[in-house]
Design a protein around this ligand. Structure first.
Ligand code: UDP
Length: 321
């Protein structure tokens, strides 16, 4: 049985679904602070917060857990700059409770949701995993610190882990069962689509970055590609000892303007765009080199930006939904 923390969130719920198709049984642990209970459609569901160490220990004792997929975390860069305590307490404190409960229960395998935000300002693009880590914001630091904790825990306690450094997840499962729904929505693609549906202008945060069109460049990756990588990471963990990190990225950057253009192409609608100040903590360019995940996990992305936006748009019901 696999424990999925944060399995009611956007990425965790897609992965829960894909693990079930791959034949795994799961328990979802989620405090529903940002997730939705109706996303826990596969396996069992326990409502609880990782900051509650006794509850986490009880869950690990109750179920025959073989490995943990750890998604539960706060993940907004700008919010982490404004309220770092919230991020350090939950993302680091909660993860330490989880690891302690795993060690006590003899569970020695974790797939950890890390982030491309660990790199900070890249000195080369696409960024390889060997690049130095120097996060630009507290969110990135929480991921960087836990990666370090995991390496130390492997040395000291034999805790095996695979850290997956996500770049910008987007899209939705195409049978429309799941999609990205944050409240408030801050991510670019759903914000553009929501703005379009509501007939509202959308905002571009910063047009004076040192990039070809002045807007930030990111590496957008379909959540179905991310989900597939987790199945492969789990298989690697089940096969033997490791404490490794992989980029989950496409290697191709798209600017905010490129995304706006692709949304217009997919929906056939014009977007009204207004320029605003830069958002705190945003690096100008974040594009990851996926070669290591391809080489060592046998993982390859299958979906384009057009498909990510198309699937998200269908899951939202298009203009009418
Ligand atoms: N962004 C934007 N308008 C929005 C939301 C996001 O211009 O309404 C920009 C944001 O500043 C960043 C990029 O889009 O440069 C991706 O932001 P997102 O929040 O989707 O992901 P992040 O890279 O912060 O994880």
């Amino acid at each position: 049985m696999i424990l999925i923390t944060g399995g009611c969130g956007y990425i965790g719920s897609h992965i829960n679904k894909q693990l079930h198709s791959a034949g795994f049984d799961t328990v979802v642990l989620d405090n529903l602070s940002t997730g939705h209970a109706d996303a826990a459609r596969w396996g069992r569901f326990v409502r609880g917060d990782l900051c509650d160490a006794d509850m986490v220990a009880a869950v690990l004792k109750e179920w025959p857990i073989e490995a943990v997929l750890h998604f539960a975390a706060f993940s907004l860069v700008e919010e982490s700059v404004r309220d770092p305590q919230k991020y350090y307490r939950n993302n680091i404190g909660g993860t330490l409770n989880l690891l302690e409960a795993m060690l006590a229960a003899g569970v020695y395998k974790m797939v950890f949701s890390s982030s491309g935000a660990v790199y900070g300002l890249p000195s080369e693009t696409p960024i390889p995993e060997t690049h130095a880590t120097a996060p630009l914001n507290p969110y990135g630091y929480t991921k960087n610190i836990i990666e370090r904790v995991l390496r130390d825990y492997q040395q000291a306690y034999g805790m095996n882990s695979v850290a997956l450094r996500y770049f910008n997840a987007a899209g939705a499962d195409n049978d429309g069962e799941l999609c990205e729904r944050h409240d408030p929505e801050t991510h670019l693609i759903p914000s553009l689509l929501k703005g379009l549906k509501a007939g509202r202008a959308v905002t571009i945060y910063g047009e004076d970055y040192p990039t070809p069109d002045g807007t930030c460049v990111r590496d957008y990756i379909h959540v179905k590609d991310l989900a597939h990588a987790h199945v492969l990471a789990l298989q690697k963990l089940l096969a033997g000892p490791c404490a490794d990190a992989y980029n989950l990225s496409t290697g191709h950057g798209c600017s905010v303007r490129d995304v706006v253009g692709t949304v217009e192409e997919v929906t056939g609608q014009r977007l009204e765009v207004v320029a605003a100040e830069r958002r705190a903590g945003d690096p100008p360019v974040l594009v990851g080199d996926p070669a290591k995940a391809k080489r060592e996990l046998g993982w390859q992305t299958r979906y384009s930006l057009l498909e990510m936006i198309g699937d998200q748009w269908s899951a939202m019901g298009g203009l009418k939904g």
